[in-house]
Design a protein around this ligand. Structure first.
Ligand code: R5P
Length: 294
């Protein structure tokens, strides 16, 4: 019966319901292509809009860092609690099981060690290898004000160009030299330069005064860098203040894997980042998990 078929068809086409135009949950990322957005959505949780990245890439310039001597033994048990692992291709290929469904942020700059001038980096990974490894972003160190400032900025812009070609986001990591001021003015400058030159998101340090001006003046998401190990309550407070100040999550290493109870610590960090838990309650969670040896 043609009439009945016609009615059924009209129903299936939902002709009276316009297709929704979907926005994208991440700051400054709406105009990116599908692949780029899909990779970012594997790094940042689309529900909270935030990420807990576990940084274990320290070996690329400082060798077997405390807590990372045996990534297979010390890190693999913590790794599943992170949204993303930030590491080198050496550790990825040799230690991380390819069966993982976790997103990977690959360190792609390098070429220096703690024995030399750190800002003298080059791009140390071919884009083809990032594609081969199915990574969700590529991390490049940028040394604003450093001796090799220009070279490190160009490293980043080259990765942005290559990443744009293949749909892989670039994470700019703002590195601070030993004698440089760590204040909001400096981080506003560093983050804004990276964003203006195309970085898709930026890792930078938390500062107590005016951190919200760093996030506000940066048109793309910022994740808070962890830095050297501090007491757990202080680290949780710093992460809390950073996300309340506009950071879209954290990228922490030593404050997680050098903790007395790394799994308890990463769970407490998750509570602060994804569930808006306050530092005191997150610290209580840490202590209770630590006690029950979780
Ligand atoms: C340095 O800038 C690197 O990105 C580090 O290897 C790492 O990501 C730092 O992590 P954290 O300071 O939290 O230990």
């Amino acid at each position: 019966m043609p009439d009945v078929d016609g009615m059924k068809e009209a129903k299936m086409f939902h002709c009276d319901t316009p297709q929704e135009n979907q926005g994208f949950f991440l700051k400054g990322s709406s105009s990116l292509d599908w692949g780029m957005k899909n990779r970012l959505a594997r790094i940042f949780n689309p529900k909270s809009g935030r990420t807990v990245m576990l940084a274990i890439d320290h070996g690329y310039f400082q060798g077997p860092t405390t807590g990372l001597e045996r990534v297979d033994i010390n890190i693999l048990p913590i790794a599943p609690y992170a949204d993303t692992l930030m590491l080198t291709r050496g550790i990825l290929r040799s230690i991380i099981p390819p069966s993982t469904s976790q997103s990977i942020v690959l360190r792609v700059s390098g070429g220096t060690s703690i024995l030399k001038e750190l800002s003298n980096e080059e791009i140390a990974v071919d884009i083809e290898d990032s594609i081969r490894l199915n990574v969700c972003a590529m991390a490049v160190q940028v040394f604003i004000g450093g001796e090799y400032e220009r070279q490190s900025i160009i490293n980043m812009t080259k990765m942005v160009d290559l990443g744009n070609r293949y749909g892989i986001p670039t994470l700019a990591v703002t590195a601070v030299g030993k004698d440089m001021a760590r204040d909001a003015k400096y981080f506003r400058l560093a983050c804004r330069i990276c964003a203006e030159l195309g970085a898709h998101y930026i890792k930078t340090y938390y500062v107590e005064k005016d951190f919200e001006t760093v996030t506000a003046s940066c048109p793309v998401p910022i994740v808070m860098a962890g830095g050297k190990k501090i007491p757990e309550l202080d680290a949780l407070t710093m992460a809390y203040n950073a996300v309340q100040g506009g950071a879209a999550g954290v990228d922490m290493g030593r404050n997680i894997f050098q903790s007395d109870a790394p799994i308890a610590m990463i769970k407490a960090v998750r509570a602060v980042v994804h569930d808006e838990e306050n530092p005191k309650r997150a610290f209580e969670l840490y202590n209770s998990l630590k006690k029950s040896k979780v």
